[in-house]
Design a protein around this ligand. Structure first.
Ligand SMILES: [Fe+2]
Ligand SMILES: [Fe+2]
Length: 185
């Protein structure tokens, strides 16, 4: 896995802006600490963290085309906002190129929406994406602390916060987010 990590880091530098790289390194840092806390292999979450936003700076008009090539089902919301496909595309790419384990694949695939069947790796990535050191928003400190003593609760609370934020802003809700919420309450 160490070789895979090195290679992915090289691709990251080619594909992403400076600020995005900072975010990704922040997610990897946070995810590794959570992995230690919850007895998960560090390398597993590191690959997921490094890979999750790999396609985030690709021009959105390319997403629909790539998604079709990968055979990803494109929802109505994703058709309108192709950038939402960046996680699914990254997961498919990394599965093909690096044969990543299933839980790492799921963590990347669903990191934008959340997922009703997330395992610990998925939850760690989802949470780390929201609490890594460069994130700044109301109550982020609360989520940062919560993540280290109750992973389940942190996952639910962050999911809830995302739903509330989306509704307040009159944004859409992703179907997988709604399912994750319904399944986890
Ligand atoms: Fe993302
Ligand atoms: Fe991210």
């Amino acid at each position: 896995m160490e070789e895979k990590i090195k290679e992915i880091k090289k691709i990251l530098k080619k594909m992403l802006s400076e600020s995005r790289l900072k975010h990704i390194m922040g997610v990897a840092y946070t995810a590794k600490m959570l992995a230690d806390k919850y007895n998960i292999e560090e390398e597993r979450v590191e690959i997921a963290a490094l890979g999750h936003d790999l396609f985030r700076d690709v021009k959105p008009y390319k997403f629909l085309k790539i998604a079709r090539v990968y055979g990803i089902d494109i929802s109505y919301v994703e058709k309108k906002h192709p950038i939402l496909l960046h996680g699914k595309i990254a997961a498919e790419y990394l599965k093909r190129e690096y044969n990543i384990p299933e839980d790492v694949y799921e963590a990347i695939y669903y990191h934008t929406s959340g997922y009703k069947f997330f395992g610990t790796v998925g939850k760690i990535i989802f949470i780390s994406d929201s609490i890594e050191p460069t994130r700044e928003y109301e109550n982020v400190e609360y989520y940062r602390e919560l993540a280290f003593y109750n992973l389940e609760k942190a996952y639910k609370e962050i999911l809830k916060n995302k739903v509330i934020y989306a509704l307040k802003k009159n944004h859409f809700l992703l179907p997988d987010t709604v399912e994750a919420w319904n399944y986890n309450i």
